[in-house]
Design a protein around this ligand. Structure first.
Ligand SMILES: O=c1[nH]c(=O)c2[nH]c(=O)[nH]c2[nH]1
Length: 304
């Protein structure tokens, strides 16, 4: 019986590239993890052993490094778009490129002693600290005619120590959960948001870095400012806040694990626990996921 080759893609995954830009003594760092996935006219590679249409994954890795040198990295999105266009437009058998980029953000270390911050009139800035666990993400797909950009973040851990309740839920014979009128709400945010940008001729690119900073800010502010009756309600508020404030975004997908904090029973020690001492549970965790999108725009961010 004949079997059929289905969807296939290939490329170098997780190329780690760190690009330093040296403006005098003040340096900038972009620290990326780039994964390339190419598809196109590749049947023969799989079916006959001919590699005539195969651009080696090693070459895709080298291209990442060469582009970092030649063009710099102004943002993960701009870098991804440039790579995607190159692979599709310059390599005949390649018809589609998907570039995934993770960025590890480095913040400048502020020093209290300002006098040490200059050499002559040249500002010094070559010391950085990694920003917690948080990772900036983006996925760029180019099929030879249009570009799709989905940006995001993951492992952004946040907590509200009050203004969260959870009650009024279904109670069946298996329900033991006590209603909560003042609980901790903590989560590790994974967010992805899709841009309206399509890469059409003459269409201006969003300011990717500024957009990222603003979306992140709105997610955090909505988390902090929402008086929550469930993590589901907080999820909608966060997505909604981004769409209200960022015209360049038309869809937001959130994955919010409920990082449960359980009150410890201190009665055995003759102590009253007045919402002060918690056990931070590792697993299992509730997992709340959802998409918020503009009316009339069909959502496209895949369910993870
Ligand atoms: O915000 C919550 N949503 C739920 O659906 C849920 N379920 C649960 O046990 N605790 C919570 N908390």
């Amino acid at each position: 019986m004949a079997h059929v080759l289905g969807q296939n893609q290939y490329g170098k995954a997780e190329t780690r590239v760190v690009r330093i830009t040296r403006n005098g003594h003040r340096h900038e760092i972009r620290d990326l993890n780039v994964s390339v996935a190419l598809s196109g006219d590749l049947d023969d590679v799989h079916l006959t052993g001919s590699n005539a249409h195969c651009l080696p994954t090693d070459t895709t890795k080298n291209t990442v490094y060469a582009f970092a040198k030649q063009y710099g990295i102004t943002s993960p999105e701009a870098f991804g778009i440039q790579l995607a266009r190159h692979f599709v437009d310059d390599t005949e058998p390649i018809h589609r490129a998907r570039i995934r980029v993770e960025e590890y953000v480095w913040d400048r270390i502020a020093t209290p002693d300002n006098s040490a911050k200059f050499i002559g009139s040249d500002e010094i800035g070559h010391s950085f600290v990694r920003r917690g666990t948080e990772v900036r993400t983006s996925e760029i797909v180019y099929d030879g005619s249009s570009v799709q950009v989905i940006s995001g973040l993951k492992d952004l851990i946040v907590m509200n120590s009050t203004n969260s309740e959870f009650w009024g839920y279904i109670k069946d014979r298996y329900t033991t959960l006590q209603e909560a009128y003042d609980r901790i709400l903590a989560t590790q945010v994974t967010a992805r948001w899709k841009f309206g940008f399509t890469g059409a001729e003459g269409e201006p690119e969003p300011n990717w870095d500024r957009s990222y900073g603003q979306v992140r800010r709105h997610l955090l502010e909505a988390f902090a400012e929402t008086y929550s009756y469930s993590l589901q309600q907080t999820l909608f508020a966060m997505g909604n806040r981004v769409l209200d404030n960022r015209a360049e975004v038309d869809e937001v997908r959130l994955e919010l694990p409920n990082k449960h904090h359980f009150l410890v029973d201190l009665e055995p020690f003759g102590l009253k626990n007045d919402n002060e001492v918690y056990y931070a549970a590792d697993r299992p965790y509730g997992l709340i996921e959802g998409t918020v999108h503009r009316e009339g725009v069909a959502p496209v961010i895949p369910v993870a």
